[in-house]
Design a protein around this ligand. Structure first.
Ligand code: COA
Length: 444
């Protein structure tokens, strides 16, 4: 089979790719290094020619011109993990969030088609690593629902990025499955910067490291704190990884030799993830690395699969926790800040794993911007969340909560014991206020 001539036949321009969409179409776009950045960066040029499109994207990283409200009649953006730049669009009705556990988003096209919109998925557009000699591209750092979307979409448009890492697992995509090929205009990769751990991060990381033994299986969630925790774990031996997201923290540990995956009873000797996201370090590490499998999220994030390994420790973060242990991890009130992703799935999976633990790590306070532009220190531990706050992780699924002031054990604790433990790890300036709140809400 001459894959090169098939490639040349399918190779088209951006205009050629856009011409495969028509008014009212629904298209899905890849995430992380599979985000089709060139395709999205120029789609506003179709303004006036295309109307009423819907794009579904898990997490948008590129803030492209088409997100300007003046393109509201061209498209609407659905996202299952909110990027901060979509918030203004949400408020004017041009963007919306799709609540779902990460593992269920992939099966939603079928369900949506039957029960909600009766609309087909007209196209799946994604960035891919270059084609190999067997005619295979890969969806790079993004397995999630890639294969499901491949099956559902009427057309598949790939944007070849010379620098997109090539991965193993459920990320394959053969040229025979592709309808059109475009090339990335600059072959750039969007990195997720990480912040250097500060003293509080280190204090949190040390306590969490104390709960993790040699040979445990770890999952580190998204955000500054889980990443910082990794630094403190470099002294551990033979850690294993079955995770939703392979990030800088885990890559740091793998490179430091702390992760060998030897003690895993499920997929030993391999890192299992459904996507990878982070700095250049992450993408260099996963590129052509047969030791890492990017597998379908319906599988990786199924708590039953998570729990097949013993001693699974999930470390996630939240924006705010109340005195009962309910975690607001994605929104405050109805203000959608990020998404639930696989937080519940990994926490529940860890709890179900023999010897497993579900940990939430957060700073006790944050400097929060006020409406007048000033900043004010607020407690991330609160008696009750503001009205309407989305609970991403329910109180029954949190075993430990860690701040720079200590660790609160919640599994098996009554409401009184929980509020007492959580107040003891709050910032001292807020403890009296929290005690008053606990009394007011009958939590003490
Ligand atoms: N009111 C209003 N805004 C608030 C707030 C509050 N009480 N608390 C936090 N925010 C805002 C912050 O100001 C910040 O805004 P900015 O980006 O404009 O500065 C934003 O929320 C994010 O806060 P930060 O604490 O810096 O986030 P982070 O990058 O450390 O990530 C989570 C923390 C909780 C958002 C992140 O871990 C998450 O999305 N978790 C849910 C998904 C998950 O855990 N998946 C599991 C596996 S990947």
């Amino acid at each position: 089979m001459d894959y090169q001539s098939e490639y040349q036949k399918k190779l088209t321009t951006l205009e050629g790719a856009y011409s495969m969409l028509k008014d009212g179409d629904l298209f899905y776009a890849g995430t992380a290094t599979a985000e089709p950045v060139t395709f999205l960066k120029h789609i506003h040029e179709m303004h006036g020619k295309l109307h009423n499109l819907t794009m579904h994207i898990n997490l948008a990283l590129a803030n492209v011109p088409a997100y300007d409200p003046k393109y509201a009649d061209m498209w609407n953006v659905q996202s299952s993990f909110f990027a901060r730049f979509l918030t203004p669009l949400q408020r004017m009705g041009m963007s919306t969030y799709m609540p779902s556990h990460l593992r269920n988003i992939g099966v939603d096209p079928e369900y949506r088609y039957k029960n909600i919109t009766n609309q087909r998925v007209n196209a799946y557009v994604l960035a891919v690593s270059p084609m190999d000699k067997h005619g295979y591209f890969t969806s790079s750092s993004y397995a999630c629902y890639h294969r499901t979307w491949m099956d559902y979409a009427d057309k598949v448009i790939v944007e070849v990025n010379e620098n997109a890492p090539r991965t193993f697992g459920d990320t394959y995509i053969h040229i025979s499955e592709v309808d059109a090929i475009i090339h990335s205009e600059d072959n750039k990769i969007i990195y997720m910067p990480i912040k250097e751990p500060d003293e509080d991060d280190k204090a949190i990381g040390k306590q969490i490291a104390d709960l993790i033994k040699d040979g445990d299986n770890i999952q580190l969630g998204i955000g500054g704190i889980p990443t910082a925790c990794a630094r403190e774990l470099a002294v551990r031996k033979d850690l294993g990884v079955h995770t939703e997201m392979l990030n800088d923290g885990l890559v740091y540990l793998a490179k430091a030799g702390a992760i060998t995956n030897k003690k895993k009873n499920y997929f030993p000797n391999k890192i299992i993830t459904t996507f990878s996201m982070g700095t250049k370090d992450v993408y260099d590490y996963i590129d052509d690395n047969p030791n890492i499998l990017h597998l379908d999220v319906a599988y990786t994030n199924n708590p039953k699969v998570f729990a097949r390994n013993d001693n699974v420790i999930s470390v996630n973060s939240c924006l705010q926790i109340d005195l009962m242990g309910q975690c607001a991890s994605e929104a405050i009130g109805t203000n959608q800040i990020s998404g639930v992703g696989g937080q519940t799935e990994t926490a529940v999976g860890a709890k179900e794993s023999p010897g497993g633990k579900s940990i939430i790590a957060l700073h006790s306070t944050r400097m929060l911007k006020q409406p007048d532009g000033s900043k004010k220190m607020v407690s991330n531990i609160t008696p009750v969340h503001p009205a309407g706050t989305v609970i991403s992780l329910m109180r029954n699924d949190v075993d430990f909560v860690c701040t720079e002031y200590g660790m609160a054990a919640l599994r098996g604790a009554s409401l009184k014991e929980r509020s007492k433990a959580l107040i003891s790890i709050a910032h001292p300036d807020f403890r009296a206020e929290l005690e008053e709140g606990a009394k007011k809400w009958y939590l003490m």
